[in-house]
Design a protein around this ligand. Structure first.
Ligand code: C2G
Length: 130
């Protein structure tokens, strides 16, 4: 069974996230998504609209996602790859090169981002409506 791993906040789930998750799943048989906890988002200077629990529940409902685990820090990726026996690590190409250290442990693939959509854009567009 080929296992895939990816990380993210996945707040205000949108088609850019779905495209990434669908393509990540298509690379193997089982997709593990490590979702940033609210505490880790604070470290990333991100404030998610939905709580970690809600973002986890939403992802677990997706047909492309087989398992959701917490992302607590920047340092856990090697341990996650080993503990979950991951074959391929996937991220959007805005992270190109940032996780190449994982190449010693698994395949590393950066996928093109979906243009024109982001959680930040959603928030800005909604604020403009008020
Ligand atoms: N993404 C995408 N296209 C978009 C928006 C996001 O392909 N239009 C991808 C990102 O490249 C990432 C994933 O969707 O691979 C999740 O995006 P975010 O929730 O913004 O994740 P991020 O804050 O980049 O967290 O340790 C890694 C970090 O946790 C990544």
């Amino acid at each position: 069974m080929k296992k895939i791993l990816t990380y993210g906040t996945f707040d205000l789930l949108h088609v850019g996230h779905i495209n990434l998750l669908r393509r990540a799943k298509a690379l193997g048989d089982y997709l593990v998504v490590a979702v940033s906890t609210d505490e880790f988002n604070a470290i990333k200077n991100k404030k998610a609209y939905y709580s970690y629990e809600d973002r986890k529940t939403i992802l677990e409902a997706l047909k492309y996602v087989d398992e959701v685990i917490p992302e607590n820090n920047w340092e856990q990726k090697i341990e996650d790859v080993q503990a979950h026996q991951i074959d391929t690590f996937v991220m959007g190409h805005d992270w190109e090169g940032k996780f190449d250290f994982l190449k010693d442990y698994c395949e590393v693939i950066y996928l093109p981002r979906t243009e024109g959509i982001s959680t930040t854009k959603i928030k800005e567009d909604l604020n403009a409506l008020v």
